[in-house]
Design a protein around this ligand. Structure first.
Ligand code: ZN
Length: 231
């Protein structure tokens, strides 16, 4: 914990919140759209609930898989960069010291001071200094594939659980409309929360997510309706 003057920056709050809201949004939009589509095809309630439940499980698993794969490859490239840095520090320490000096000079320090700082940083923790100041890798932000996979599967499932609950509680009549309307309300709330926490205005976030959510639900309901008519 840093001492003295301390303010929290939006960026610090953004990491996990952004992932959580994205996951929940995906869950709500995809499951509400499924319900809207299957209900518009005149399916009965068990079929609607089956489709929504299958959508929740499939979506959560694919989010987890996608997140795990992308964060693992991010971690792989971080590890490869660190290994190369370690190698260069072992085999060409002078060039690495010069590189660090130039980085600090580029940040506004005078040559002599930059050299002193680079020298002290190198003696304190050479790899840490290069990882942070050359590669931009911060300990706190190191990729955690399992954590990321779990977080996105959980937030997707929580988001998807809302339209599923509505589909279960509300009558089949007008279900496409009622589940879509209820889901858009929650999406608007999430959009406002994410925008506000990220330092943007409420309406910016609300507008973005409800527009795309409504578009997805309308498109799926139209497809479902066409299938229902054709059947
Ligand atoms: Zn380096």
């Amino acid at each position: 914990m840093r001492k003295g003057h301390f303010e929290r920056h939006y960026r610090e709050r953004m990491g996990w919140l952004r992932a959580a809201v994205m996951g929940a949004n995906d869950g709500i939009v995809s499951t509400a759209s499924l319900v809207a589509g299957v209900a518009a095809a005149q399916a009965d309630k068990p079929a609607v609930l089956l489709a929504a439940t299958a959508g929740l499980v499939a979506g959560a698993m694919s989010m987890a898989a996608g997140e795990f794969v992308s964060v693992s490859s991010q971690r792989d490239s971080e590890q490869a960069d660190l290994a190369r840095e370690r190698h260069e520090l072992e085999h060409d320490a002078q060039a690495e010291l010069e590189e660090l000096t130039l980085i600090y000079q580029g940040r506004g320090l005078e040559r002599e001071l930059a050299r002193q700082v680079a020298d002290q940083m190198t003696r304190h923790d050479a790899l840490g200094a290069h990882a942070r100041d050359e590669l931009g890798l911060h300990e706190l932000q190191q990729a955690q594939p399992f954590q990321a996979a779990w977080a996105s599967a959980l937030t997707f499932a929580m988001g998807a659980g809302f339209p599923l609950l509505l589909a279960w509680l509300l009558p089949l009549r007008h279900l496409s409309w009622t589940v879509s309307a209820g889901s858009l309300l929650v999406l608007a709330g999430l959009g406002a929360l994410a925008a506000r926490t990220g330092g943007a205005g409420y309406f910016v976030g609300m507008r973005r997510v409800t527009f795309w959510g409504a578009a997805a639900m309308a498109a799926t309901a139209a497809v479902g309706y066409l299938f229902g008519v054709a059947a």
